[in-house]
Design a protein around this ligand. Structure first.
Ligand code: PBG
Length: 320
């Protein structure tokens, strides 16, 4: 009999043979910045996650800095929305101003800019809409313009999340032409049409007003297709890849890890956060242990880094 329990017999031994660990330096914290003044508004379905106006955002950024979280992912919520999502590529848009402010006041924080139109369009879709259809090629120049304006504002990393075909190539070309040859692209390459984004759409005010995102985001039933999406984004110039959501898609992370050598990031999305928070608030689960286990599962599947709303909580626990 192989006595595997030998290596579990003390905490010292367990710790000595541990294969995976999650550190604060692995985490990216998403932040919602809303146009307006003196706003700190809790997202109802995401306890302890707030929309901040720019004049109050430092409260949150100070915590992020103190916790030594290395990176933030910025989502701007504009007050003006239109058919073409013009605020997404307005040099003085809320997202651009937020990024300028963060890079000015917190220069060591890596700022990742989500590039999409859904927070900025009146219809809530990630691309231009014509007769109920979400147009691909017509959307690309707008995404590219948004990427350039975010790079100009100081974003360290550009993260397109729209799932239009060809956006990575189009954004890469636009960045290069405008002199941002050193700005990397972290693409949401395998992004599923998932109900796990529900709470985010409350947070970002980005729910589609008609239909759904199934014609551009991936079918949850498909794993091989995710490899094609990732391969295509890499061919077009992606430097890093996001798999999203994370928890129910660990197999996708694992497959991608076996096949590709670039940095892989798992996005532990809003619905995953909401489920844990709701169960914890009812006293049904041990929040801290559940969160650590969830994050560990993403690292174990092969993710190098994790985007998570739990980042601040996690940093606090590690510190104790
Ligand atoms: C924008 C975007 C979404 C998320 C990140 N970027 C929403 C969506 O695609 O509907 C979801 C993040 C989350 O649920 O935490 N397209």
């Amino acid at each position: 009999m192989m006595r595997l329990r030998k290596l579990r017999s003390s905490e010292q031994l367990r710790s000595f043979v541990r294969e995976t660990e999650v550190n604060v330096s692995d985490l990216v914290y998403p932040i919602f910045v809303i146009e307006g003044e003196n706003i700190k508004s809790e997202v109802p379905s995401m306890p302890n996650i707030f929309q901040y106006s720019l004049d109050r955002i430092d409260e949150e950024l100070d915590r992020v800095e103190a916790a030594k979280i290395p990176a933030v992912l910025i989502f701007g919520i504009p007050s003006h929305k239109d058919e073409r999502g013009s605020e997404a590529y307005n040099q003085n848009g809320i997202t651009q101003r937020a990024i300028r402010h963060i890079k000015d006041k917190y220069p060591y924080l890596l700022v990742i800019a989500d590039v999409c139109l859904c927070e900025y369009t009146s219809h809530g879709h990630c691309g231009i809409v014509c007769k109920g259809e979400i147009l691909n090629d017509e959307t690309l120049p707008l995404l590219s313009a948004a990427a350039v304006s975010l790079a100009e504002a100081g974003a360290d990393i550009i993260a397109p999340s729209d799932m239009m075909d060809g956006r990575v190539a189009s954004i890469r070309q636009a960045l290069d032409e405008n002199g941002y040859i050193n700005t990397p692209i972290m693409s949401y390459a395998a992004k599923y049409a998932s109900a796990f984004y529900g709470p985010f759409r409350d947070a970002a005010g980005s729910a589609p007003h008609f239909g759904d995102r199934k014609s551009y985001q991936m079918d949850p039933a498909n794993a091989r297709e995710a490899m094609r999406e990732i391969e295509e984004d890499i061919n077009e110039g992606a430097d890093m890849i996001i798999i999203k959501p994370a928890l129910a898609y660990g197999d996708i992370t694992e497959r991608a890890r076996r096949r590709f050598d670039l940095p892989l990031i798992a996005y532990n999305v809003s619905g995953e956060y909401a489920m844990v928070k709701a169960a914890a608030a009812n006293g049904w689960i041990d929040e801290r242990r559940i969160v650590c286990e969830n994050l560990l599962s993403m690292k174990r599947a092969g993710a190098d880094r994790i985007i998570t709303y739990h980042a601040l909580d996690f940093a606090g626990w590690i510190d104790e």
